[in-house]
Design a protein around this ligand. Structure first.
Ligand SMILES: [Zn+2]
Length: 401
């Protein structure tokens, strides 16, 4: 808990926490984490994309590893546990092995990924994608709000973008990836449980919708002659909600909406809004997206409003491996806790890492399910239970069983 506090002190936002990729605050926490890793008996370095990477050798040097970790970047005005708790806990576990002079039949590597949230350059998972050999070199051209490209930012940070391929693990280097993370939802708290075993990281689809009506005078155009893009959007938003409610595992959100020209006395002629759909099953999500699109088109037709739906981004479900879930179940049960499995509604680094290894996740209860918010809070006992379960998982890790 103290280490999470120490990391949270490095923020560009006074009185809050904002720490983006390749910022001076990022550099400061990298130094802290590198120091903690070395104290815990790891060889630690910054890799070519700017991840903090620590390695604790197994019974023999050079063995494939069990990879642990999470991310060190934050959203704007963030909480101090999302990401950081997973890094700090993994280091704590290695420290316990080191203090007990315990060597395992595999190495343990801990990653503090430099960019998961994608706040600065608008692309997520830059750190874990590089490690998983899935780095898209086109993203080097992505610019931050000040016009600085990712490539320039890496160079300014003292990193060489040409070396990014060297951050990638090779086939057979990694036996599995396990990440401890706060739940970011209310399920564990509602059931009185400190820990949960993740079944899958939900897939998502993101859409952008543009509605075209006709702007006009709010006083002179009679109601029956209007083509109001905002009232059409209102119907669309409710349709998205209704479809999202249609299945218990599905969620659908309109998070951003803009009406133009945007004046008190003008009928809105153009509206754009976003849709975010998530589900633990790809077929469920794809069906929901199809019905949302057809609903929007139907509403447009009925109201003589032009509709343009653009699919921005989508990502399939990242399922956790059954054999790892079983071992994680046993690690949770060993803490005297009832085993609860649940999907993750939020995205995580495992989505990238699964390209090179099977993945597992352990959730720690957070207060009121709040995250991405300064009110994010966890109990020290829960963090402790999480660390003990993760250590149990590491010490009893059996490949493929
Ligand atoms: Zn996170």
């Amino acid at each position: 808990m103290e280490r999470c506090d120490a990391l949270a002190r490095h923020s560009e936002l006074a009185g809050g926490l904002t720490r983006v990729f390749l910022s001076p605050e990022n550099r400061a926490v990298n130094e802290l984490v590198l120091g903690w890793m070395r104290e815990a008996g790891m060889a630690a370095r910054l890799d070519p994309i700017g991840n903090v990477a620590g390695r604790y050798e197994g019974e023999r040097p050079g063995l494939p590893c069990l990879m642990l970790g999470s991310h060190l970047d934050t959203v704007r005005n963030a909480g101090k546990y999302d990401g950081m708790l997973g890094v700090v806990t993994a280091i704590e576990c290695v420290d316990a092995l080191h203090k007990g002079k315990k060597k395992l039949p595999f190495a343990v590597e801990v990653f503090g990924f430099g960019d998961e949230e994608g706040v600065r350059f608008g692309t997520t998972l830059l750190g874990s994608r590089a490690v998983s050999n899935r780095f898209d070199f086109e993203t080097l051209k992505a610019k931050d709000a000040k016009g600085i490209s990712l490539e320039e930012a890496l160079l300014d940070f003292g990193l060489d973008p040409k070396l990014i391929p060297q951050a990638a693990k090779k086939n057979g280097d990694v036996f599995a990836y396990a990440e401890l993370h706060i739940e970011q939802g209310p399920v564990l708290e509602a059931e009185g449980l400190a820990l949960g075993v993740v079944t899958a990281i939900n897939g998502f689809s993101r859409l952008s919708v543009a509605l075209g009506g006709f702007a006009g005078h709010a006083g002179t155009v009679p109601m029956n002659l209007r083509r109001d893009a905002l009232t059409a959007a209102a119907e669309c938003v409710l349709a998205v909600e209704r479809i999202g409610r249609g299945q218990p595992e599905l969620v659908a959100t309109v998070g951003k909406i803009e009406a133009l020209p945007g004046a008190i006395n003008v009928i809105p002629g153009n509206v754009t809004f976003t849709i975010d759909v998530r589900a633990p099953r790809d077929d469920l999500r794809e069906k929901a997206v199809a019905s949302i699109v057809s609903e929007i088109e139907g509403i447009g037709k009925k109201r003589t409003i032009g509709t343009k739906v653009e699919k921005l981004q989508s990502q399939g479900v990242a399922a956790c491996a059954g054999w790892l879930m079983n071992q994680m179940d046993r690690a949770v049960a060993a803490q005297g806790q009832r085993v609860r499995r649940l999907p993750s509604g939020a995205g995580h680094d495992g989505m990238a890492v699964r390209a090179i290894a099977d993945i597992a996740m352990l959730f720690v209860r957070c207060k009121d399910g709040i995250s991405h918010n300064p009110a994010e809070s966890i109990a020290a006992e829960d963090a402790d239970a999480g660390a003990k379960a993760l250590l149990h998982f590491i010490e009893n890790f059996a490949i493929g069983k």
